[in-house]
Design a protein around this ligand. Structure first.
Ligand SMILES: [Mn+2]
Length: 312
């Protein structure tokens, strides 16, 4: 129960908040909103990121670092499993009390206290409800961060995960006077040069299988390097194959810059792609999931197509 998590959090004094690696709008917005909420209730709180200074921090509040002298609680936000914490796993595990707040259906409950609600469109939606249990007041800054979180994970309130509750919360956020159109322009209306270069490469790689039921794009390590893309520029490429009218499953294959793995993303409007990702060692949501597989784009594509055909 979320109230129980709130009661656990109430006992902490110094808290570190850990969003997942390859940070996106939901984990960043949730983490920095939670920081402001905890500070408002008299705690010291700091967000520790895997990647330095993601671009989205420019539209979030509470992003300045705060040095904590020891911490008694670590909270992972939006992390489906402990691997998503990357190099910060040690920090998390070394903490006396660990909390896991997430909305991925495949979450394995890796912390001492876990709250996973796969019906929540975004982790930001859970943070909003947690705020109420913690007795914090919604400020414009908190609302701004939560709006970034929720709008990110719902594709600007368009995906099927969006519910009446999502809209009700969004209405409360808007009542604080946040500039939602500016946030959405930042999230959906702007691309860096590097991102557009990668979109061009992705479109060039576009291919379909099984009468257009499966649509695939892929991006090589070399293309990512040449474009000068930052981590955040490599997201969203899967929207290209996803938009194919006949596609039941869209797949994006992206070579990792750090190791010899290929990062695989799945999207669908009709098929449970968390099952596909799970069968390949990954996880996620019913309509959006992913996994990492060692190998070349060609070998990984073969494995991924085989797994996908099993659920089609
Ligand atoms: Mn999320």
């Amino acid at each position: 129960m979320l109230k129980k998590i709130a009661d656990v959090i109430k006992k902490a004094k110094n808290v570190i908040i850990l969003p997942h690696k390859s940070a996106d709008g939901d984990c960043l917005g949730s983490a920095f909103a939670l920081r402001l909420i905890l500070e408002q209730t008299g705690k010291n709180a700091s967000v520790i990121l895997e990647e330095e200074n993601p671009k989205l921090c420019g539209i979030l509040f509470g992003t300045q670092p705060q040095a904590l002298n020891g911490f008694d609680m670590a909270i992972a936000v939006d992390c489906g499993d402990i691997e998503r914490l990357g190099n910060r796993r040690e920090i998390f595990n070394s903490c006396p009390v660990t909390v896991n707040i997430d909305h991925h259906g495949t979450n394995d409950g890796f912390a001492r206290y876990n709250y996973v609600d796969s019906n929540s469109a975004a982790t930001g939606q859970i943070i909003y409800e947690l705020m109420e249990f913690l007795g914090a007041v919604l400020t414009l800054e908190i609302a701004n961060n939560l709006y970034v979180a929720i709008s990110s994970d719902t594709g600007c309130f368009a995906y099927s995960n969006t519910t009446a509750k999502t809209h009700n919360i969004a209405a409360k956020l808007l009542e604080t006077g946040i500039n939602h159109s500016e946030i959405n322009e930042e999230l959906f209306g702007k691309n860096s040069m590097a991102k557009i270069m990668l979109m061009r490469d992705a479109l060039n790689s576009f291919e379909t299988y099984d009468d257009g039921k499966i649509a695939v794009v892929s991006i090589t390590r070399e293309q990512i390097k040449t474009s000068g893309a930052a981590e955040e520029d490599t997201g969203g490429l899967i929207n290209l194959p996803r938009s194919l009218e006949t596609a039941m499953v869209a797949i994006c294959l992206k070579e990792s810059l750090e190791d010899d793995f290929v990062k695989v993303g799945f999207r669908s409007n009709s098929v449970d792609v968390s099952e596909i990702a799970k069968s390949l060692g990954g996880g996620g949501h019913v309509r959006a999931s992913g996994c990492n597989i060692k190998g070349s784009i060609e070998s990984v594509k073969k494995a991924v197509l085989k797994a996908t055909r099993k659920v089609l």
